[in-house]
Design a protein around this ligand. Structure first.
Ligand code: B12
Length: 475
């Protein structure tokens, strides 16, 4: 059997370390025909990469590139240089087997990354099938030109290279992350990722999800999802599970069906999710989520101004966000809120509308992240808007330095100032620039949780310490 070595190049541990679900799915899709090994760089950060590679002696090497930058305009953390210096370059020094790139970050900027890394091949988008075909062709010297979404070194790609293929994800093997990597280091702060569907049919103007996953929802069966959770729970005990879909409660009814199947299992688990769509929230959904084991959620309305919501094409309005906020309070579901300021249509009035929403509807024990500026990504409506407004040139690469959009009606210094002012009097409101807490704060939080045996979400503990530090004048 030929051997495939898959490398997770992501070392980011903020807001918490995330396991390489995509690589685990690729490994599952290959393991009948190849001997596959994953090197997980999250905690090892490349230290044992070369020794593991040399011992395994693979025929093919795949690198997963997830994060490009951290989407915070003022911090401008750019991950790619470290990915190249700590992972790709050392590997290229010791072997000449074919190198294949993939991952969500790679899929957003394939041309730029092929050039920077001098990799042999790259696969854009979901890759269970294409990767298998590519390896088969490389095994047999077959023609790879028919494989969709593949980029070959030094070949000029065309704009249309990426064609979305709506593969049936119900057929994929979701056989368990911990069967491919050591999950133990993720238990304390991380979560076990569960994907319930692919695709997103919403049209939020800045978002890459439809670009990455296609603009139609393709669902797994709720029974299969509940089985995966039950089995992982049996193997790993009381861990946190996190749904990693674009939005959890879309299309209508899917989230409810998943919760019902989990409830039937009668297992004691903790669940969390990002992306709750306010439009499809209801008492029934929140009831089911509570019963299934949800202990926290992320709410990402981006704005609470109807004007901005319309310009961002969010597909819901202020009333629907208010309804969701009331449900969150009624069901006492700890929530992290995310707002993006400075998009098209943002001005002093719309900024005030969002702050007014926070004051009236958000539980002061819940966290509110306030980000200034929208990252511009290729192939999104925001990219075209930025071109039309003369903020970027047609065809301009926005890879590096990362480019952010700020509306002409409210420029960056003013937004930064307003966010800072708002956060001064609201301890639960945190500017994105401050979202990586100082290590001492994190240490104090972990100690407090252990000493007091706290079960609350980490962000609530952090918030408590933050308020305390503010009172003492330490922040
Ligand atoms: C869920 C999610 C989160 C969750 C993660 C929770 C968890 N437990 O995993 C949270 C909210 C914590 C999060 C945080 C962040 N995220 Co995030 N996240 C996502 C999201 C929505 C899904 C990721 C996922 O799990 N997908 C499911 C798996 C199965 O797909 P996949 O990994 O892409 O793998 C497939 C393909 O890419 C490919 N593939 C993958 N690897 C390889 C390798 C090879 C060789 C090949 C051939 C193919 C291949 O095949 C796989 C199977 O089909 C994506 C957007 C998206 N729709 O992809 C953003 C995304 C990955 N996140 C992004 C970012 C930036 C971040 C943060 C840096 C934001 C921040 N400042 O905090 C942090 C970093 C966290 C960290 N520690 O790394 C960006 C990355 C691009 C960029 N701009 O740099 C994305 C793409 C969103 C965006 N803005 O466009 N995120």
């Amino acid at each position: 059997m030929k051997k495939v070595f898959l490398i997770n190049t992501n070392t980011e541990k903020s807001p918490y370390p995330v396991p390489p679900l995509g690589l685990c799915l690729l490994a599952s899709s290959l393991d009948d025909n190849y001997n596959v090994k994953i090197y997980d760089g999250v905690f090892d950060e490349g230290t044992h990469l070369i020794s593991e590679l040399l011992t395994f002696d693979p025929d093919y090497i795949g690198f997963s590139i997830r994060n490009i930058d951290d989407i915070v305009a003022d911090r401008q953390v750019f991950y790619v240089d470290k990915i190249i210096s700590d992972f790709i370059e050392p590997v290229k020094k010791v072997t000449s087997v074919p190198i294949i790139l993939g991952g969500s970050g790679f899929s957003i900027f394939p041309e730029e990354l092929m050039v920077r890394t001098s990799a042999d091949y790259g696969i854009i988008g979901e890759a269970e099938e294409s990767f298998r075909y590519l390896l088969k062709c490389l095994d047999n010297g077959g023609d790879i030109s028919h494989i969709p979404n593949i980029i070959v070194a030094n070949s000029k790609t065309s704009e249309n290279i990426f064609q979305y293929i709506y593969r049936d994800i119900a057929k994929l093997k979701f056989s368990g992350i911990d069967r491919h990597i050591d999950f133990r280091p993720y238990v304390q702060r991380g979560a076990y990722s569960i994907q319930t569907k692919r695709g997103c049919s919403h049209g939020c103007i800045y978002c890459t999800y439809p670009v990455l996953e296609g603009n139609r929802f393709r669902m797994r069966s709720p029974v299969g999802i509940a089985d995966e959770i039950e089995e992982a729970h049996k193997r790993l005990g009381e861990i946190m599970f996190e749904f990693v879909d674009s939005t959890f409660n879309d299309p209508e009814g899917h989230a409810e069906a998943i919760c019902r199947e989990i409830i039937k299992k009668k297992i004691k688990i903790r669940l969390r999710t990002m992306g709750i769509n306010p439009r499809h929230t209801s008492e029934e959904l929140f009831n089911l989520m509570r019963e299934a084991g949800f202990t926290q959620i992320d709410a990402t309305p981006d704005s609470a101004s109807s004007t901005v919501l319309e310009k961002l094409d969010k597909g819901f309005n202020r009333e629907e966000i208010e309804k969701m906020a009331l449900l969150i309070r009624k069901f006492d579901l700890p929530t992290m809120w995310f707002f993006l300021f400075g998009g098209p249509g943002e001005d002093e009035q719309t900024f005030r509308e969002t702050i007014d929403f926070i004051d009236k509807f958000v539980n002061p024990d819940d966290l509110v992240y306030m980000t200034a500026g929208l990252r511009i990504y290729p192939k999104t409506p925001l990219y075209s808007i930025a071109v039309d407004e003369g903020k970027i040139k047609p065809g301009q690469s926005v890879f590096y330095p990362p480019v952010f959009y700020f509306s002409g009606t409210m420029e960056k210094p003013r937004i930064d100032h307003l966010i800072k002012e708002a956060s001064k009097t609201r301890p639960n409101c945190i500017p994105a620039i401050e979202t990586s807490p100082p290590p001492e704060m994190m240490k104090e939080a972990i100690e407090l949780r252990t000493n007091k045996n706290l079960n609350e979400p980490m962000f609530r503990t952090m918030l408590r310490i933050r308020k305390d530090w503010m009172k003492k004048g330490l922040l």
